[in-house]
Design a protein. Structure first.
Ligand code: SF4
Length: 455
């Protein structure tokens, strides 16, 4: 789970902005990139309405918490944060406290009882509700969807290089362990033109890398009229002049079509990186997870991707200790990871989320055993990543520089591998060819190609 973020604003100006009204807002965010993008949209909307951002919640007029419930730890963190704001509300009754995100959907009455000091609860992406605490928003636009998602990458503190744009909300799957469909609703795709306009605006303001977001991003367009899908959207966004890199997250294996893979392979800006969660390597576990595919199907999608893009990097997600997972079934997952040799694996130990189907089943794998399985896969993956990275020694990669820490520049390759290098020149935000001189399982270290001259 990522640490909570406070969202800086993108510097792009908007002609619709109202004069500064002297009020300040503070946003605290936890959870996935969809939440971060929603927070950026809220920040941009309030900024357009004349509010100013502050990093200090104690001096804010409006404090917004954007919550996550995918794991119990995230929900506990939000509850702790809400309790800590009780004193602020007592000292300054005029401050508006707002809670949004997955914790809110279908839970308004229960939350109002539990956290009476909160002024407004609103469902994820229901931005119009903000008018209740910021009436100035009503003068901006009839359609808040038309306002931008100015996303600044809070994780790196960099405000102008990378942007995340939601293209589809909700999820039509019902994986037995997942709370998302109950909190985010059915899939709703944004119109293609609205996404492209937003990309153009961001690129004009200096953004070089866009990540298109959705819980099932490759289901994009299924609910739109006409023959629109992710492949069409990738083609349309790739055509925006000045965009260097295009990525998308998170895909569902069932919708990873040949057409999307071919579009990835053929388009200049689309990075050769696929994030395709498998969750388990045993067909019976996959069936009980309700993932709607088999291990062979997932392996086939990975093979197909590598045939079209031999240098493609692959990331996946795995859950260990799902109810009823036997040792033999766990070993199937281990075997799958051995075969697939992914560049990155996000590992999680199963924990039941109330309200989901699997939460009704006996959580029969003891915590100690879940930890053992987790550690075994962690060790396996560390070995695989050590080998993969070692094979890159001496190769040169294009690195989009995101920031500088401890005297070293940091960025990512097109394959999304972290690469650090030293250079006395200012190369922030630039694409630098870097030759790999050292490797570790988690990142690469290198030096700029001798011929490189910063722009
Ligand atoms: S595809 Fe499954 S795991 Fe992913 S958001 Fe939808 S229900 Fe949850």
């Amino acid at each position: 789970m990522r640490q909570p973020l406070t969202i800086p604003l993108h510097p792009a100006a908007s002609p619709a902005r109202l004069p500064v009204n002297g009020k300040r807002f503070h946003i605290w965010t936890i959870g996935c990139q969809m939440n971060e993008a929603d927070s950026s949209k809220i920040a941009a909307t309030l900024q357009e309405a004349g509010y100013v951002s502050t990093q200090n919640e104690r001096e804010a007029d409006v404090v917004i918490l954007n919550s996550c419930v995918v794991r119990q730890a995230a929900e506990d963190k939000v509850a702790g944060k809400l309790n800590s704001l009780f004193q602020l509300k007592r000292d300054r009754p005029d401050v508006s406290l707002v809670l949004t995100g997955c914790m809110v959907t279908n839970q308004h009455a229960r939350l109002r009882e539990r956290f009476p000091h909160v002024d407004l609860f609103f469902d994820p992406s229901d931005f119009g509700q903000l008018e209740q605490i910021a009436p100035e928003i009503s003068s901006l636009s009839d359609d808040l969807d038309q306002l931008p998602h100015y996303y600044a990458d809070g994780a790196t503190g960099n405000s102008s290089i990378s942007a995340f744009i939601p293209i589809i909300y909700g999820c039509n799957f019902l994986c037995s362990y997942c709370i998302v469909p109950y909190r985010r609703g059915k899939e709703r795709s944004r119109p293609l033109t609205s996404v492209v306009t937003e990309v153009e605006r961001l690129v004009d303001s200096g953004v070089r890398e866009i990540t298109l977001l959705g819980q099932t991003v490759n289901a994009y367009g299924h609910d739109l009229p006409g023959d629109v899908g992710l492949a069409e959207l990738l083609r349309a966004v790739d055509a925006v002049p000045g965009l260097d890199r295009l990525r998308f997250l998170t895909s569902h294996p069932k919708y990873m079509s040949d057409e999307i893979i071919d579009a990835m392979a053929g388009l200049r800006s689309v990075c050769e990186h696929m994030n395709l969660p498998v969750q388990a390597g045993d067909n019976d576990v996959l069936r009980r997870m309700r993932r709607t595919y088999t291990r062979d199907y997932w392996l086939d999608r990975i093979d197909r991707t590598r045939r079209s893009m031999p240098d493609a990097t692959i990331a996946t997600d795995v859950i260990v200790g799902f109810p009823g997972e036997t040792e033999a079934q766990f070993l199937q997952t281990r075997d799958l990871l051995e075969r697939a040799r992914c560049d990155k694996v996000h590992l999680a130990m199963y924990s039941p989320r109330p309200g989901t189907l699997s939460a009704r089943w006996h959580d029969d794998i003891p915590a100690e055993e879940k930890r053992r399985r987790h550690q075994e896969l962690e060790k396996l993956q560390e070995r695989i990543q050590t080998e993969i990275h070692a094979s890159k020694l001496g190769e040169t990669f294009e690195v989009l520089v995101e920031g500088n820490a401890k005297g070293r520049w940091t960025g990512r390759t097109r394959g999304n591998t972290l690469l650090h290098f030293a250079d006395a020149r200012n190369v922030s935000g630039q694409v630098v060819p870097v030759c790999v001189t050292e490797t570790s399982p988690w990142f690469l270290i290198g030096e700029p190609a001798p011929a490189f001259a910063p722009a």
